[in-house]
Design a protein around this ligand. Structure first.
Ligand SMILES: NC(=O)C1=CN([C@@H]2O[C@H](COP(=O)(O)OP(=O)(O)OC[C@H]3O[C@@H](n4cnc5c(N)ncnc54)[C@H](OP(=O)(O)O)[C@@H]3O)[C@@H](O)[C@H]2O)C=CC1
Ligand SMILES: O=C(CO)COP(=O)(O)O
Length: 322
């Protein structure tokens, strides 16, 4: 079984490292989009997006498209908004195989998640999702981690679960693609809200309220889109919400923290929740779903309101049943 990981960012590199360590006699292909990136990583022996993590010898960094066409399984570890352009460009090389999306987000143009994007762009591939609570640095350090592998075809899902689990990375399986990907996408929006709350000095009680009411929003949207009710309670939803809303290691949380503190956020890092807040807000309006925290984060990220305004608006909403 040949595995190719697309994108030598933090997550793609961490996955390559853990898979390569687990199977030292097998080459793991790490695909980058240009020769400059290939040369840089091969020269330094590490990805600039995951500094300090030397690549094992059996990670093969390449920009050759034969790595895509020859792979049995392809993991797509680009940011969510880059997934559709990548598939559009390379669809003919990717047909007929499991395509495992690792991105957490909703496409701004189509308002679809990664699994529907794969189905639309490469119709005869088998879409799967790898998601859940895990920082790339933790995976790369070999710290214990548990993720969700979602695939509508349970036999393919079981094979992927075997293939992608390592001694430190334990995969659980579900057939609920929609629920798994929505949990991963929407928790980033809530992490921005929580970061802003802590940054603005509103306190841990306010964060707990946002996490809980944010979870209610996540469930509302996931159920409206056909997800199973139990999926959001698992690693891909609740698990990742807890991690991302409480850790300084999260880029989404740190983005919110900066906004809350009145600082400019770091512009050089991937913050999926910004685009996803916008996409989820528009999707909620289209479907008639009440998602006030998501709406507030969309406005906050666009600089239209302050964290204090956002909190005031949330507190002033009509009282209701839980
Ligand atoms: N980092 C983490 O801890 C985790 C991240 N994820 C998810 O994984 C996804 C990727 O995140 P992460 O790895 O951290 O992001 P990074 O910003 O670290 O890396 C993104 C990578 O994608 C590459 N890329 C961008 N566009 C394309 C394209 N069109 N074709 C090929 N490659 C492309 C970039 O290449 P270039 O350098 O050339 O721009 C870069 O190497 C996100 O959706 C994130 O939410 C999930 C779990 C954990
Ligand atoms: O998805 C993640 C943890 O599960 C990584 O979170 P950030 O993208 O916010 O860093």
């Amino acid at each position: 079984m040949t595995i190719c990981i697309v994108g030598a960012g933090a997550f793609g590199t961490a996955l390559a490292v853990t898979l390569a360590r687990a199977t030292p006699d097998r080459i793991i292909h790490l695909w980058v989009r240009d020769i400059t990136a290939e040369t840089t990583i091969n020269w330094t022996g590490e990805s600039p997006r995951l500094p300090g993590v030397p690549l094992p010898k059996n990670v093969h960094v390449t920009s050759l498209t034969t790595a895509l066409s020859d792979a049995d399984t392809i993991l797509l570890a680009t940011p969510a908004q880059a997934l559709r352009p990548f598939l559009d460009k390379h669809a003919s090389l990717l047909a007929g195989r499991p395509l495992v999306a690792c991105a957490k987000g909703i496409d701004l143009t189509t308002l679809e998640g990664p699994s529907a994007t794969i189905a639309a762009m490469v119709p005869d591939a088998t879409p799967a999702i790898l998601t859940g609570p895990s920082f790339a640095a933790d995976i790369a350090r070999g710290l214990p981690t548990a993720l969700t592998l979602a695939c509508a075809d349970d036999a393919v899902g079981a094979a992927l679960q075997e293939q992608l689990s390592t001694p430190t990375l334990r995969l659980y399986r579900t057939t609920d693609l929609r629920g798994a990907e929505l949990g991963g996408a929407l928790k980033n929006v809530m992490a921005i809200a929580c970061g802003a709350t802590i940054g603005a000095g509103f306190g841990d009680s306010a964060r707990a309220a946002l996490m809980t009411r944010g979870y209610a929003e996540m469930q509302r949207m996931a159920l409206a889109l056909g997800a199973g009710p139990e999926t959001l309670a698992g690693l891909s939803g609740f698990g990742d919400l807890v991690l991302t809303c409480t850790s300084d290691l999260s880029r989404n949380y740190r983005f919110g923290l900066a906004l809350g503190q009145g600082r400019a956020p770091d512009s050089g890092v991937t913050v999926e929740g910004v685009a996803t807040a916008d996409a989820a807000h528009r999707l909620a309006q289209k479907l008639g779903i009440d998602m006030p925290i998501t709406a507030a984060v969309a406005q906050l990220a666009r600089g239209e309101i302050t964290p204090a305004d956002a909190m005031q608006d949330l507190l002033a909403r009509p009282l209701k049943e839980e």
